[in-house]
Design a protein around this ligand. Structure first.
Ligand code: FES
Length: 576
């Protein structure tokens, strides 16, 4: 339904002939505005996650100017509003601790100001879900503008991929196979421009998911950050956001069960980061779609990996993906695995958007007949060790671990784990299962990316490069290996992971989606009776609030009080 100027949300602040609105108008004039800026024009917020400590978003200050240009071209009024920058590399103890804080900030920034619509600028890992979760809860028309991936890395003529090659070269350094000079060369060559990690890590996965959900302009997620097309896309986002306000194209009209299924299918076909599981569930639940781990596993079963991008793929990076046709070409290859009738932010259906897409390189974007991996990249495991589920990425591990049985080596903390993995003489075999616990949403706290446990020196020296590792932590989307993650419930709150001991036999069966410890219920109950809860991680501040309200991984780690089904809708703010 088309909106009229008097229906604009911002008109509640600027239009009435009363004392309070006179104050709003006079303060707008203090900034140089005139009535031309507020009368009958949608006010579009440019939600900017730029900061001097966010290398992935270093260009967003400039891109905001391009978004403004587009908003002005379409007859809107742009207002740039800074929010938390979600810098994955610099935030400690882990950026996941701040995703929900950022989502809350976005929602309340939009709610409390005279805003009619928004362009959300982000891309570095948690920024995409945080921005979308907040904007969905506010339900104003918005468009997501992906930051885009950085250029390919390069060292000594070799292509380097973010994260993935860091882990690889770190193992080689610890094994004594490369020099300090070579290591420094990798350090200088692996991040050559602004933009997000250019492997199919969490950032590229989440931007692709937003695209597949219909929340970006078609194909926007694949444009490299330094490409001139990225500026043109930014301006187009600005223009489109204004039109979306007049069309009243709110996210509830886009984020349906059908479009959510599309987003999950796209995620699986990209060979997505394990982190995507948590964020997909959290975003969907904000939109009132009850997406579960079982849905994700079912869609994963029937969706092959088509993007031959590291770490699931072998040879290529996001820049190659863009040149091959990007996400529209991948979605076209998926064909009727997608619902082509669903609406997207550009006012057209998915089917319309990908009708003209072309796959220019079928080694980078594989057809369904020649996938990189025959199933989706992720599998959900359940059993007496993870009653509410755990996640593994079979597409990025040694296939010999599809079925595995081995004795556990248990570490209660990362410090204890480091002692084990750095001890060249620690008694272990490649069949052992290395366990890290108390690293989940509450125990971490914030579920740090410790789940790709570095290979122990005791095995590295014998040439081993993969083993089964198990934790309630997450791992970076650029990581790889036979790492079982997100075990729920986590050990810190007394999940079964808290009860196992070194020497217990762990059984993983990926084809049958099973994860068990070889103990009877009676044995587990006896240990549970003796288990003592660890001390609280925080006594005050945001951390304490996080600990009290964060949900488990299988629920998306949102705050319980931010769920869509939590209580009455938040009212619009009082103006007078
Ligand atoms: Fe920002 Fe990887 S550190 S996307």
């Amino acid at each position: 339904m088309a909106k009229k100027p008097q229906d604009l949300r911002s008109a509640r602040w600027f239009a009435p002939d009363d004392l309070r609105s006179m104050g709003h108008r006079s303060r707008a004039m203090q900034m140089g505005w005139t009535a031309d800026d507020w009368e009958g024009k949608p006010v579009i917020a440019i939600i900017n996650t730029w900061s001097d400590l966010s290398p992935c978003h270093h260009h967003l200050r400039d891109r905001a100017e391009w978004v403004k240009r587009g908003i002005l071209q379409a007859g809107g009024t742009p207002v740039e509003m800074p929010v938390h920058s979600f810098s994955e590399q610099f935030l400690k103890p882990t950026s996941m601790l701040y995703r929900n804080m950022g989502a809350l900030e976005v929602e309340e920034t939009l709610r409390s100001h005279p805003i009619d619509g928004a362009v959300l600028m982000g891309g570095c890992d948690k920024s995409t879900p945080a921005l979308i979760m907040g904007a969905v809860s506010m339900n104003l028309p918005f468009i997501f503008m992906p930051a885009g991936a950085m250029l390919r890395g390069n060292y000594a003529g070799e292509k380097l991929g973010s994260g993935t090659d860091v882990w690889k070269y770190w193992d080689e350094r610890r094994a004594g196979n490369i020099t300090k000079e070579q290591w420094d060369g990798v350090q200088g060559g692996i991040a050559r421009s602004y933009g997000t990690c250019m492997t199919m890590g969490t950032a590229s996965t989440m931007m692709s998911i937003a695209d597949g959900w219909g929340l970006t302009l078609p194909g926007a997620s694949s444009i490299p950050a330094p490409d001139a097309g990225h500026k043109r896309m930014a301006a187009a986002c600005g223009r489109r956001a204004v039109d979306m306000v007049w069309e009243d194209l709110t996210p509830d009209k886009i984020m349906t069960w059908e479009s959510t299924r599309n987003a999950v299918t796209v995620a699986m076909a990209t060979g997505c980061s394990t982190n995507a599981i948590i964020h997909l569930i959290a975003m969907a639940r904000r939109a009132g779609v009850d997406l579960t781990l079982d849905h994700l596993d079912e869609i994963g079963h029937s969706t092959p990996v088509l993007a031959n991008i590291r770490p699931s793929g072998k040879d290529y990076l996001m820049e190659d993906f863009f040149y091959a046709g990007g996400l529209p070409a991948l979605m076209k290859e998926l064909g009727d695995k997608l619902d082509l009738s669903v609406m997207t932010v550009n006012g057209k259906t998915v089917g319309d958007n990908i009708a003209e897409a072309v796959n220019f390189n079928d080694d980078v974007i594989r057809p369904l007949s020649n996938p990189v991996y025959h199933e989706g990249s992720l599998a959900v495991l359940k059993g007496n060790l993870a009653p509410d589920g755990a996640v593994i990425k079979p597409a990025a591990m040694d296939p010999k671990f599809q079925k595995h049985r081995g004795p556990a080596i248990v570490a209660d903390s990362y410090a204890q784990l480091k002692e084990i993995i750095n001890d060249e003489n620690y008694p272990m075999t490649p069949d052992h299962v290395l366990v890290l616990r108390n690293a989940g949403p509450q125990g971490g706290p914030g579920m740090p990316e410790w789940g790709m446990i570095p290979m122990p020196k005791a095995l590295l020296k014998d040439g081993h490069r993969d083993m089964v590792r198990l934790s309630d932590a997450r791992m970076s989307g650029t990581s790889y290996g036979a790492c079982i993650l997100h075990v729920a419930p986590e050990a810190y709150i007394g999940g079964p992971l808290a009860l196992i001991e070194t020497g217990d036999i762990i059984e993983m069966d990926i084809p049958n989606r099973s994860l068990r410890v070889d103990l009877t219920e009676a044995q587990l109950d006896a240990r549970r009776a003796k288990w003592q809860a660890p001390a609280p991680r925080y006594e005050r501040g945001y951390g304490q609030m996080f600990s009290q309200h964060v949900e488990q991984a299988d629920k998306g780690c949102d705050f319980d009080f931010l769920r869509t089904d939590f209580g009455a809708p938040v009212p619009e703010p009082e103006i007078n």
